[in-house]
Design a protein around this ligand. Structure first.
Ligand SMILES: O=C(O)CCC(=O)C(=O)O
Length: 290
């Protein structure tokens, strides 16, 4: 599904978008599953292991901001990243041996869907090498109006910015004043539902509040070359290897001279990027609808 020229673009820019990778049948099944999960949030009052809730959530008007680790919530989500055409793209970008690191479903609902401040995923989960990327599966038609993910090309080769806040704790975001030039160069990842973006773990990105009348659900999978080992360690080796998507495992990590900052001390509010970033008082994007 991708050409050698797409691979060259990814290597140069740290981001590509591949149009309409998923078929309509799977998209429809995913939408039904998400509608069920959203309805079930009516019985939830606070963030838990599955749901991260919008600030305006109430059981009468369930407003879900994120489904955490969707590949563990329902096998249908796991099926997306295991589609042969997705694996074929991943192998071209990361090599034959690949492992799922994590997943999340960011549900940017119409009118109030929360923004995500500028950050690099690498600041959250540094590894022994940076052959790691995130897939953003567009579950809705995505354009400038409904809060597309914005990625700044070529930042994957640059520095790792400070993601710590005024309190000295990890804040999961960068002071926007430090990256004004990079923000100006950001490109939106857009396409019809079923399209996918692939961005390098060190690429700078963020996305705005959705004030449009169309939702923008984005299903994200973080995928690593299997010889990239998390610097935070592996607690359960069996579970770690159960996430292999293709090829084999190794106990000899490939260690490369990558710039690293450790996300410690931990943020005061944990559980999702939204919670982590909420401790930072300076923001780039408008956070809630007034
Ligand atoms: O939902 C988005 O547009 C941004 C996603 C993202 O960067 C994240 O959740 O880490």
């Amino acid at each position: 599904m991708i050409s050698d020229s797409d691979v060259r673009d990814y290597v140069r820019d740290g981001v590509i978008v591949v149009q309409q990778v998923l078929d309509q049948q799977l998209l429809t099944a995913l939408r039904l599953k998400i509608a069920d999960l959203t309805a079930s949030a009516a019985s939830v009052n606070a963030h838990n292991d599955v749901y991260d809730l919008e600030p305006s959530h109430s059981p009468q008007d369930p407003r879900v901001r994120r489904i955490k680790l969707p590949h563990k919530v329902d096998p249908l989500f796991y099926d997306v990243v295991r589609q042969p055409q997705v694996i074929a793209i991943l192998k071209k970008l990361l090599g034959p041996n690949i492992r799922l690191h994590g997943s999340k479903l960011n549900m940017k609902s119409a009118h109030y869907g929360s923004p995500v401040e500028w950050h690099q995923d690498w600041a959250f989960y540094p590894h022994t090498n940076d052959d790691i990327l995130a897939i953003g599966v567009m579950l809705d038609d995505t354009d400038m109006s409904n809060g597309p993910m914005l990625v700044t090309p070529q930042t994957h080769r640059g520095e790792v910015w400070n993601h710590h806040g005024e309190d000295g704790c990890f804040a999961g975001m960068i002071d926007p004043d430090l990256i004004q030039n990079e923000i100006k160069l950001a490109r939106p990842c857009m396409g019809k539902a079923g399209s996918m973006s692939f961005h390098h773990v060190r690429a700078l990105h963020g996305s705005a509040l959705n004030t449009s009348d169309r939702q923008r659900n984005l299903l994200l999978f973080e995928v690593a070359a299997s010889d990239a080992w998390p610097l935070a360690g592996v607690k359960d080796f069996q579970e770690f290897d159960s996430r292999l998507l293709a090829g084999g495992s190794t106990i000899t990590p490939r260690v490369t001279p990558v710039p690293v900052r450790i996300p410690l001390p931990p943020p005061l509010r944990q559980g999702s990027i939204y919670e982590t970033q909420s401790a930072y008082t300076k923001t780039y994007f408008t956070r809630t609808v007034s």
